[in-house]
Write a protein that binds this ligand. Structure first.
Ligand code: BG6
Length: 564
């Protein structure tokens, strides 16, 4: 289904012409909806789902007759579930300020079923509760199921939904729909992802399935599409002729926190690279879609994954580095190493850092290296895409042998301090031709004066509306697993080349990752640690780097005659 056109608010709506409130242009779903959360007593429900739904309630964006049915094994009733969720919203950093009046209206919509995912009782209760409500209200029985459990239950729950007749085809009899949102991780490797897709397709049609990757709901990731395809100056230079290489970084200062047990079976390659980093790679590399809607957009993104040059297990050392953090310091505070984290094997060889060099073998990108890296407990929280342009072909400024003009950089900051920066060379004011790199910054929050909706708000709303544009399709998930499959196989079968831990918490990762990019005569773009959390001004020009002077001998000195 098409993504609805954004309604741009006018000055009469209280906005100046270029200040847009993100939520004011979100569309309220028109059709009633029952939202069923499997795993409602879990972490995701507390941290993401309920705060996002509450925010939508604050902005009056929930559908009419919206009801939530929590379903989990932890014993609770409607009342204790509501209390628990109230606490979750009050404690959430992502939730709008707590408003008792909104909360009362929202809490009435929350219900809970204590049940085992295997036994029929819970599914029967669920069916009874929903059907009695929709009959009483005389509304269509639209359902959005959400799998927020451990992935080990996904196939079981889907098959039980089918077995108990709780799934109708989308718009059965033209009036009602059933959809399912599947959380990541979607599979553990290519084989398990294919098996999960096959199990889901026995019960749901592909158009009913919403595979979530929260990176796609981020404003800044969607803004990459706007930046690339709504600005005519970008397209002519967005290719191998002008771009030297691309770096995609998702660096975190956080460790594995309380998720040691999960992380032990996942590692950074599965947790971040296969999904989030490949999503960024896809939006950076994709060809222009015909329209901004699910099929066109996802076709073009899948083309990118199809074009990634397969990883050759024979030369892994040249293109991939894995790392694991040891003890160190984050923001001046000592932190333990990964092997000392709760739930982690003290001999663990699970990677908490990955650096990869990939190529996208198509007309636009042939021979342009894409360097991807992600890691926990790194020096700064920073998710960004850096496009480094080629150097100018000829320099008529004559520089000394040590001086090098910096190449232009386009930095797309996904988080924090969302925005875009362009680095270029400028003449330093004065009589001599002295060059220096300067940086022009665009800051999302400063310019639009709005806190963007969280990724989950956007994505939940889209699923209720029936817009698949920002969700993963079966083929995309399988293609991205296929890319990393050779790495998964080799890394699970072999010990790391350099024994773990191989980087200290609070640094930029293993030395081998610096060597990987240095071999190509390049270097990682590391944000300065001290300034990383600071807000950049709205649109500004900052001085960066050192001044580069043209050799004085080449410049006519004051009072000296120019040669004719
Ligand atoms: C999740 C991973 O998908 O993304 C986490 O499981 C990671 O390990 C998180 O911390 C990062 O998300 P963000 O939005 O902070 O970049």
């Amino acid at each position: 289904m098409d993504r609805p056109a954004a309604q741009v608010p006018s000055p009469q709506d209280g906005f100046s012409s270029n200040v847009v409130n993100a939520r004011s242009i979100m569309k309220r779903p028109e059709e009633p909806c029952s939202f069923i959360i499997f795993g409602a007593s879990g972490d995701l429900t507390h941290r993401k789902l309920i705060p996002a739904l509450y925010n939508l309630a604050c902005d009056n964006l929930l559908p009419p007759e919206f009801q939530v049915y929590g379903f989990a094994i932890t014993p609770m009733n409607d009342e204790s579930f509501r209390k628990d969720m109230e606490e979750a919203v009050r404690n959430s950093k992502e939730a709008s300020p707590f408003d008792l009046r909104v909360w009362h209206g929202f809490a009435k919509r929350l219900h809970y079923i204590t049940a085992d995912f295997e036994a029929p009782d819970g599914y029967k209760q669920l069916q009874e509760k929903i059907t009695s409500y929709v009959k009483e209200k005389n509304i269509p029985d639209n359902r959005l199921y959400y799998l927020a459990t451990s992935p080990t239950f996904y196939e079981l729950i889907v098959s039980k939904l089918g077995e108990h007749g709780l799934v109708t085809p989308d718009y059965a009899c033209g009036t009602q729909w059933t959809r399912i949102v599947v959380e990541k991780p979607f599979g553990h490797d290519l084989h398990s992802a294919q098996a999960l897709n096959a199990s889901i397709h026995k019960v749901f049609k592909e158009e009913q399935v919403y595979r979530i990757d929260h990176y796609l709901g981020k404003e800044t990731v969607q803004n990459i599409l706007a930046f690339r395809f709504a600005n005519s100056i970008i397209e002519p230079i967005w290719n191998r002729r002008y771009i030297d290489h691309v770096q995609i970084t998702a660096a975190e200062t956080l460790g594995v926190e309380h998720r040691g047990a999960y992380y032990e079976s996942a590692g950074c390659l599965r947790d971040m690279v296969q999904n989030h980093l490949f999503q960024l790679l896809s939006v950076i590399c994709m060809e222009p879609p015909v329209r901004y809607e699910g099929t066109s957009l996802r076709d073009r993104k899948a083309d990118v994954l199809r074009a990634v040059v397969p990883i050759n297990p024979e030369n892994l050392a040249d293109i991939a580095v894995r790392g694991q953090y040891g003890p160190g310091f984050i923001a001046g505070q000592p932190v333990v190493g990964y092997r000392q984290e709760p739930g982690v094997n003290p001999q663990s060889n699970t990677e908490t850092y990955v650096a990869l060099k990939l190529f996208v073998d198509n007309w636009r990108w042939a021979d342009v290296p894409f360097y991807l890296r992600s890691g926990k407990r790194l020096a700064a929280k920073c998710t960004e895409v850096v496009i480094q342009f080629k150097r100018v072909p000829h320099l008529f400024f004559q520089l000394s042998a040590e001086d090098q003009i910096e190449p232009n950089l386009l930095i797309i900051r996904i988080a924090p301090d969302e925005g875009i920066a362009l680095r270029f060379e400028a003449k330093v004011p004065g009589p001599e031709m002295v060059l220096r790199s300067v940086q022009m910054n665009f800051s999302y929050s400063e310019t639009f004066k709005v806190s963007p909706a969280t990724a989950y708000e956007t994505l939940l709303l889209d699923a209720m509306i029936g817009d698949t544009t920002l969700f993963n399709r079966a083929d995309q998930v399988e293609l991205s697993w296929a890319i990393i499959e050779p790495l998964l196989e080799v890394w699970s079968a072999t010990r790391p080349f350099q024994p773990f831990p191989n980087y200290a918490a609070g640094t930029w990762g293993p030395a081998a990752a610096d060597a990987l990019i240095a071999r190509d005569g390049r270097a990682w773009h590391n944000v300065p640690v001290s300034t990383a959390p600071q807000k950049a001004p709205q649109v500004s020009v900052e001085l960066t780097g050192e001044p580069i002077g043209v050799r004085r001998a080449q410049m006519p000195q004051k009072g000296q005659k120019e040669e004719s």
